[in-house]
Design a protein around this ligand. Structure first.
Ligand code: HMG
Ligand code: MG
Length: 301
């Protein structure tokens, strides 16, 4: 359990995509800079999706361009953006993207609500993106939403998740991020799902993307670590949510994950004071205190 864990920071994308308060490009760039300075080198910074669907992610091209100089200064810094189709890929590449993420769902109901197509149609949209990315030397991460339950279709079978993970892997995704989009999972269910996927794909190439709606995310992450998963998606301050996932709240908070890992003797390389300052700064912009337990506890000191 003590080997390295890689945290993929979601704050500037998942964290802000469902916020009512507009956040300027300058503030989004500053958010990314502060996260990297705190030690979070892999950051999802935006999404090249329809601005009618997700206005919060408009101008992701400017954000990506705005953070590009960080890559020259900070060794290993890597910025991800979501792309749902070739149109998104074109725009992401024009802004300099070197890592893109496609996003599918394990349930038909969520696929339709989120990206307006069936699961099979979404795979057809991803095929040219992955083919072009391969030719361009661009890495592609693959998400699967609703791996532990869907707001529309209910229970999701682990086999459905595993089959879709294999499809994304075979298309060329280097990592499959498994999303408990509505945060309904519990540890044994998380284990069962991860075992099903891990039976088909290398566990080293799986990531856990757990929203914390029911307060289960840390327990689920621990359960997943017991299964050998070593990549964790998290958002500073526990920000996040998806407008197409009714009732869902934010991602597991990065500071909660860091506190747990450091307490277990896992070195994260993340500076908690800087992370807390960043979390508080963004909370100030959004006009409310961070929801994370660790931020609340440290702020009360
Ligand atoms: P569609 O309606 O099926 O697509 O939308 P379309 O090709 O028919 O185009 C419709 C309009 O969208 C057109 O514009 C296109 O130009 C435009 P109009 O003629 O109406 O002015 N369009 C685009 N604009 C910008 N960038 C693009 C793009 N593609 C088409 N790439 C589409 C399909 C996917 C575009 C749409 O449904 C959409 O943008 N949905 C938003 C999905 C989204 O961002 N959801 C949140 C992120 S996913 C998530 O949070 C889950 C995750 O965190 C994991 C987890 O927690 O489970 C990753
Ligand atoms: Mg999410």
């Amino acid at each position: 359990m003590s080997d390295q864990i890689h945290i993929v920071e979601m704050g500037p994308r998942d964290g802000l995509q469902n916020e009512k308060t507009p956040v300027s490009v300058e503030a989004r760039v500053a958010f990314v800079e502060a996260l990297v300075a705190a030690g979070l080198k892999t950051v999802e910074v935006g999404a090249f999706v329809s601005p009618k669907a997700i206005p919060q992610m408009a101008s992701s091209d400017q954000v990506l361009r705005g953070v590009s100089q960080i890559k020259d200064k900070v060794k290993g810094a890597e910025f991800h953006v979501l792309v749902p189709n070739e149109k998104g890929y074109d725009a992401a590449r024009a802004a300099g993207a070197q890592v893109v993420s496609v996003f599918a769902a394990a349930s038909e109901g969520f696929s339709r609500a989120n990206i307006n197509c069936s699961i099979a149609e979404s795979i057809e949209r991803f095929k040219p993106v992955l083919a072009r990315a391969k030719a361009d030397g661009v890495k592609v991460r693959g998400y699967i939403s609703c791996v532990l339950g869907c707001p529309f279709d209910g229970e999701i079978k682990p086999k459905a998740v595993a089959d879709l993970a294999v499809t994304l892997w075979d298309l060329g995704c280097y990592e499959i991020s498994l999303g408990d989009t509505i945060g309904v999972g519990t540890p044994l269910k998380a284990k069962e799902m991860l075992r099903a996927v891990g039976a088909e794909l290398p566990v080293a190439n799986l990531a856990m993307h757990f929203h914390d709606t029911y307060g289960q995310a840390l327990a689920n992450l621990y359960a997943g670590m017991e299964e050998g998963v070593r990549v964790i998606d998290a958002a500073a301050g526990g920000l996040g949510g998806c407008p197409y996932a009714p009732g869902a709240t934010g991602n597991v908070a990065t500071e909660d994950v860091v506190y747990m890992l450091e307490g277990m003797g896992v070195k994260t390389g993340i500076d908690m004071d800087r992370l807390l300052a960043t979390t508080n700064e963004v909370a100030g912009l959004l006009g409310r205190p961070p929801v994370s337990r660790v931020a609340s506890a440290l702020n009360a000191k």
